[in-house]
Design a protein around this ligand. Structure first.
Ligand code: PMP
Length: 360
């Protein structure tokens, strides 16, 4: 390992890190951790047609990972790399500030390997995530959603304090850990490239830490030089560029994407275009993905798909747009999956209202 720029084709990432070969899933798995990665790519038929798209629209369904989200990939990888480096040893405690899914990925890996896990997570995040985390044996500390990222009471601030207090504790730090983007470079991007026989014209993904979009974009830009990378950012977040797109810092309900700071692992130079989205279009699109395509995804999946149907209008026949769907509806059973919640929050769109009407 050296600190120089990586020479693996397309990586160019500074700082020490290792790469892995990608392999298909074995027929019999040693543990459930072997069911992380190799997720299905599904053609999105009715929505593409209804939106008048000429290109092929494909969904990379990350909710089929063992813990239910794209973040299982980094949960497993960050732990295994820390073990290889000797930072993580039997008896250590893993502490991580997260919007929930990284916590689930870490807690799942920790459950299999036997580490204690403490997750700090903002109040905004769903009870469903908390219950899964607890069932996996994680200890949870809730923090105020409105706390600025660098405030001592934020999920990041509290994790740092616990790390100072608890002996043999480690923060793997998804915001700065090179294996966050590297695991998507090695695997997620490789899977997309192989599934598409090397032809990907557009990739659309939201950004939280930005690890997913950064890792995928690095590899696909090297392999498909004309690809357009579209970043998706909710109104209320400041990740999009140019800055003039970020017109408000008001809160929003979609979980897992957007921030009030730029995470170290997010390389915005790789993003060709940013699209801003709101809660209503996100949740109504998630409900459409479920109702029309049978794709049981979460809220940020609706965000990415809502942006994709806008961005992919510029593609023509024979071209291909891949959209990353990060997590499952399991995390939101009492939220956007619930008609009463949708109505109470003013997110029920005309189509859903008519459907409900016709049932009575
Ligand atoms: N969607 C959801 C539901 C998430 O939990 C996350 C992770 N925060 C993302 C999208 C974004 O992933 P990344 O952190 O890799 O940008």
């Amino acid at each position: 390992m050296s600190t120089a720029t990586c020479t693996v084709k397309g990586c160019n990432q500074n700082g020490p890190h290792r790469h892995e070969e990608h392999h298909p899933e074995p027929a019999i798995l040693d543990t459930i951790l072997d069911h992380i990665g190799n997720t299905p790519m599904v053609r999105v038929n009715k929505i593409a047609k209804a939106e008048g798209l000429q290109c092929e629209l494909l969904a990379k369904c990350e909710f089929f990972n063992a813990g239910g989200s794209v973040k299982d990939r980094i949960g497993k990888r960050m732990i295994e790399e820390a073990e290889k480096d000797g930072r993580l040893k039997p008896g250590c405690t893993i502490i991580e500030p997260t919007s929930g899914n990284t916590g689930i990925g870490l807690a799942l890996t920790a459950a299999v390997k036997g580490y204690r896990t403490i997750i700090t997570l903002p109040e905004k995040m769903s009870q469903e995530k908390v219950d899964v985390l607890k069932a996996l044996g994680a200890e949870i500390v809730r923090t105020p959603t409105e706390a600025a990222w660098d405030a001592p009471e934020s999920h990041i601030g509290v994790a740092k304090r616990l790390n100072a207090e608890i002996p043999d504790s480690v923060i793997l730090d998804q915001y700065a850990n090179p294996y966050n983007p590297v695991t998507h470079f090695d695997h997620t991007a490789e899977e997309i490239y192989r599934a598409c026989d090397g032809q990907v014209d557009m990739l659309v993904a939201g950004a939280g830490t930005g690890g997913t979009i950064t890792g995928i974009a690095r590899k696909l830009k090297a392999l498909c030089p004309n690809i357009i990378i579209v970043g998706v950012d909710p109104h209320g977040s400041i990740l999009a560029q140019p800055e003039s797109l970020n017109t408000t810092t008001e809160g929003y309900k979609v979980e897992g994407i957007g921030y009030d700071f730029i995470p170290e692992v997010l390389d915005r130079s790789l993003i060709d275009r940013w699209i801003k989205t709101d809660d209503k279009e996100s949740f109504t699109m998630s409900r459409r993905l479920i109702r029309e395509e049978g794709i049981l995804c979460g809220g940020s999946s609706g965000t990415a798909m809502a942006a994709a149907v806008r961005a992919a209008k510029e593609l023509g026949p024979g071209q291909r747009c891949v959209v990353l769907l990060p997590d499952s509806v399991r995390n939101y059973m009492t939220k956007f999956l619930n008609d009463g919640w949708m109505q109470a929050n003013g997110f029920t769109d005309e189509v859903m209202a008519q459907e409900q009407e016709s049932k009575h």
